[in-house]
Design a protein around this ligand. Structure first.
Ligand SMILES: Cc1ncc(C[n+]2csc(CCOP(=O)(O)OP(=O)(O)O)c2C)c(N)n1
Ligand SMILES: [Mg+2]
Length: 804
């Protein structure tokens, strides 16, 4: 397969020799031709959707030239030319992604999971260990929401600052060489209207991190022109106040035209040098870009662009201008350029064909196998006619996909339901084999499949000795974090008020003074980019704990957690990981915005993350300990009302690990099981004592983690004994309590052991009203629990438990 020649330069000024310029011309054409052919493939029905990088080629060639080993990109769907120019994307791979080829060798970005134009390099070896990132060109895995590449870009850049300034990190040369790496971002002009763009720009200016953000400005966002998007119609003008001056830090802002080859080279090399050497953020506004084929295959731009604009775009096409530049500078003759063009066209055709052959080959084999097995089974079946018809129809499918094959097989098995013979068994076992393969293709790697999966971290119990005094809960955490800062140089924590005062509940109190500002730091108020700062640094091999001050404010950061972090392993099929830990606090305390327990929201949006709900700080410290030994992203929701409650200080802090996915039985009982977590554990235990007085023996189980959920079957075993169960929490009705019920009743098949209706206890559907009465009438109270349990027992034995 003809390879794209990677540009692997570490020079600091552009090489404008004849060979280099002609190679740039070749790669630009290669990318353009891939766009033109790609669109046709979609219209021929060979791919479902296409979005291409035509019109943006030249700037990306320049960016690729300034990009160095160890650098990271975080960009968007127009960046194919850049990826080709750094040698991380062949045309064949480009088409493999367009067709959704599930083979990771063919489509290394995502194994067919990401839509075309979503790029990624593989940072991990097959066993999930890190590759030597400083010897690679790196690209974070793209996501579709506009501007969502910005928060993690901040983190990718911030990591360089840490590697440069934190002496404890100097030894990790696989991850960074003295923080020399630049994080390069790209974004469309219209996407700069998003809030997270401005949030990231502001944070980068404040933090002075080596980030080069390029804006590909084609004056449109799908059909909507510039005047609807940007103040003054120009993002560089709108951002002028961020520009650095002789006396004030800020951004270097560079403006350049998308068709000006030499100007672009200069701009990107300057930007790279400033960011790399000075750790100053740079913004490059590349305007006068075009879209030769419009936005995507979803429509044509003739519908909304004026004839004048379309004419202008034709005249100012960056590749035509590049050609003019080469000719006028006498770098090559028209014949030489025509020859390159002819070669490129042939090359793209060939690589596209190979990609298609490779993609359809496997499916054709599966199709033939299915047809022959269905026909084989038909021979011995009373449903022969219909089965033969199914097989024949399948064989006539044009451009068959896997769904055609598998759905026919499933229909055939349904038709064969009364048959029992060897030919049917063969079809069944073939289907079973395919189901396993398809699970790997389409459903694997939601969680870590490496040896560092949380499921593989062994439990170590907390120990206590004569020195184990009673302390405030927050002190357990503080001593744990102190230990970890001492022993794990990659670990650091940041968030609003985390630095100087050691967080609003003081679990880091005194630790900035002891370990330095790079390890325990304050941030401005910006949840989305706090999350991004965590994702980016974790993508570069560090172990951040990013704090969201209250769970009620998680929503600002939730999109990044959901769209980027939670699905990272899945969407790269194990090619990247970002084991970021989000530390936050929630459940009951006070009022509408400091009492939230939106666990159902978290569970629905953050599949792919571990969700820990410790009942106290001893458990929380043990969970952090497990998480830092694993390679999975997680959120830990501490109990907002637990920092001042007394706990016994374990003597083996940092060593003990709470097993994740293993509920703990807090109280044994024989009449009914209550399953709960977090701040509710204490209330349920108090209710259990009261119920004991009434002659009801309650078993109380703390689930400890909602994801993973009871992988040990602890709750099912309890129900087998008590035959009754209530799921209690302080989320809204139908939230996490309903989730727990589904996991147990359906997941652990305990329905037949139940002698009473399974119930849930939850908070009211609204947020809690202010003050203690507000809490009492909004959140589940001790009386609510006692009465609910009593009601169950009344139904069982009304004589012993008469109605209240
Ligand atoms: C959050 C979000 N809203 C809407 C979309 C749909 N969408 C995809 S691309 C696009 C326009 C982006 O325009 P611009 O940033 O200028 O990039 P261009 O495509 O012009 O290069 C929109 C609205 C999206 N992907 N994400
Ligand atoms: Mg645009």
């Amino acid at each position: 397969m003809p390879e794209v020649q990677p540009i692997r330069k570490t020079v600091i000024s552009p090489d404008l020799s004849k060979d280099a310029v002609l190679e740039d011309f070749r790669v630009a054409l290669l990318s353009r031709q891939a766009s033109l052919v790609g669109r046709k493939e979609v219209f021929m029905g060979k791919a479902k959707f296409g979005i291409f990088g035509d019109g943006k080629e030249l700037a990306q060639i320049a960016m690729a030239r300034a990009f160095q080993l160890g650098d990271f990109r975080s960009g968007y769907y127009r960046d194919q030319t850049f990826m080709m120019a750094i040698g991380e994307l062949t045309v064949q791979q480009y088409f493999s992604q367009l067709y959704a080829h599930t083979n990771v060798e063919m489509e290394p970005a995502s194994a067919g999971r990401l839509m075309n134009g979503h790029f990624a390099t593989r940072s991990l070896n097959e066993d999930g260990s890190w590759k030597e990132l400083t010897k690679m060109y790196n690209s974070a895995a793209d996501i579709s929401p506009t501007a969502a590449q910005m928060p993690k870009l901040l983190g990718l850049a911030f990591a360089s600052k840490l590697f440069r300034e934190n002496k404890g990190l100097k030894g990790f040369t696989d991850l960074s060489i003295n923080g020399n790496e630049v994080a390069w971002g790209s974004i469309g002009n219209a996407s700069t209207s998003e809030g997270i763009f401005f949030e990231a720009i502001n944070a980068a200016g404040v933090m002075q991190v080596p980030m080069v953000i390029s804006i590909w400005d084609d004056a449109y966002g799908i059909s909507v022109p510039q005047e609807y998007h940007t103040t003054k119609g120009s993002i560089s003008e709108a951002l002028a106040g961020f520009e650095r001056t002789d006396s004030q830090k800020g951004f270097e802002i560079i403006k350049v035209k998308g068709w000006d080859y030499e100007g672009l080279m200069q701009a990107f090399f300057n930007a790279g040098k400033i960011a790399r050497e000075e750790h100053v953020p740079v913004l490059i506004h590349v305007d006068e870009m075009t879209q030769p084929q419009g936005h995507s295959t979803s429509g044509s731009h003739e519908r909304y662009k004026s004839a004048e604009r379309l004419k202008w775009e034709k005249e100012w096409d960056c590749i035509d201008k590049f050609r003019e530049y080469i000719l006028s500078s006498k770098i090559a003759t028209p014949e030489t350029l025509d020859k390159i063009e002819a070669q490129v066209k042939a090359d793209v055709r060939k690589q596209k064909e190979t990609a298609w052959q490779e993609f359809s080959k496997e499916i054709k084999v599966e199709l033939q196998e299915a047809i022959s097995l269905i026909k084989g089974a038909a021979e011995y079946s009373t449903r022969k006619v219909i089965l033969t018809q199914m097989a024949d129809e399948l064989s006539r499918t044009i451009n068959p996909i896997r769904k055609d094959v598998i759905s026919t097989v499933r229909k055939a098995l349904l038709a064969l339901r009364f048959d029992s013979n060897e030919t049917k068994n063969k079809l069944k076992s073939w289907y079973k084999e395919q189901t396993e393969k398809n699970h790997d293709r389409y459903n694997s790697h939601l969680y870590s499949e490496s040896k560092w999966s949380v499921q593989n971290i062994e439990e170590v119990k907390p120990e206590y000795d004569e020195k184990s005094i009673l302390v405030d809960g927050r002190e357990v955490l503080q001593k744990y974090f102190d230990y970890t800062l001492e022993h794990n140089p990659k670990f650091f924590a940041f968030g609003e008020d985390v630095g100087k005062i050691g967080d609003v509940n003081q679990a880091f109190a005194g630790l900035q003074a002891k370990h330095g500002e790079l390890r325990v730091s304050d941030t401005s108020i910006r949840e989305a980019t706090i999350v991004g700062q965590g994702i980016g640094t974790a993508l570069r091999g560090l172990r951040p704990v990013a704090e969201i001050q209250y769970i009620d404010y998680l929503l600002y950061g939730l999109q990044m957690l959901s769209d980027d972090l939670a699905c990272l392993q899945y969407r790269t099929k194990g090619g990247q990981k970002a084991p970021l830990i989000i530390r936050t606090r929630g459940h009951r305390l006070e009022g509408v915005w400091h009492s939230g327990s939106p666990m159902g929201m978290i569970l629905s949006t953050l599949r792919g993350m571990v969700v820990c709900v410790p009942r106290d700080m001893t458990q929380a410290a043990g969970m952090y300990s497990t998480l830092l030994k694993s390679d999975e992203p997680a959120i830990v929701v501490e109990c907002l009302n637990g920092y001042r409650l007394k706990e016994k200080l374990p003597s083996n802090l940092g060593e003990y690990n709470v097993p994740l996915g293993k509920p703990e039985v807090l109280r044994e009982g024989k009449d009914i099981t209550i399953v709960t977590y977090g701040s509710m554990c204490r209330i349920v235990l108090e209710a259990a004592s009261e119920l004991n007085e009434l002659g009801i023996d309650v078993e109380v189980i703390d689930v400890q983690t909602l994801l993973p959920f009871d992988t040990y079957g602890v709750i099912g075993n309890s129900i087998k004994k008590t035959n009754r169960v209530i799921f209690a929490d302080e989320d809204v009705p139908g939230g996490a309590s309903a989730y727990m019920m589904q996991q147990v009743i359906e997941g652990q098949e305990v329905f037949r052991y139940l002698d009473s209706e399974p119930l849930t206890i939850a908070a009211k559907a609204h947020r809690p009203a202010y003050s203690s009465d507000g809490d009492y009438f909004s959140k589940p109270s001790l009386e609510d629990i006692v009465e609910k349990v009593y009601g169950v027992m009344n139904e069982v034995d009304p004589k012993s438990f008469p109605a209240l």
